[in-house]
Design a protein. Sequence first.
Length: 162
Amino acid sequence: MTTDTQLKLYRKRYIPSECIPLNSDVIVEQNDEFILTTWKTINPKTTFDHGSSCYMLKEGLKVSKFYRPDGNLLYWYCDIVNFEYDETQNSLTVVDLLADVVIYPDGRVKVMDLDELAEALERGLITQKQLTAALRQLNYLLTMLDRDKFDRLQAILNDRGL
């Protein structure tokens, strides 16, 4: 990725179908391993209104911290994603592969949206290859959690005070 011009970020979803520019996200740091951003919610929520994200380019993960309006951590939210880089536009489209994992401050873990992943395959919205990648990436994340190694993924944001 070129660093002489500002990288443009996009979020693409299959359910619901949308691709939107993340114009208000602030890129704090980027390299070949990850991109760090801070952001405010696109659609205002009562439970959270801002956060920070680490796009883990090699792992196919977006690890985010969601903050309450008072600045306290609500939870960690992990999206299973793939990345599509367009060199001519210097843009990165983050494609949501639907499976998500939420980690609460008390340690509870919730796996979400596997039904949407199945629906996306049935409706031909994703390929078999994307489904396989999503399951492998989800397994990687759950294994990190199971082995008490999620702190390695958290460290990139935490070490920078995000």
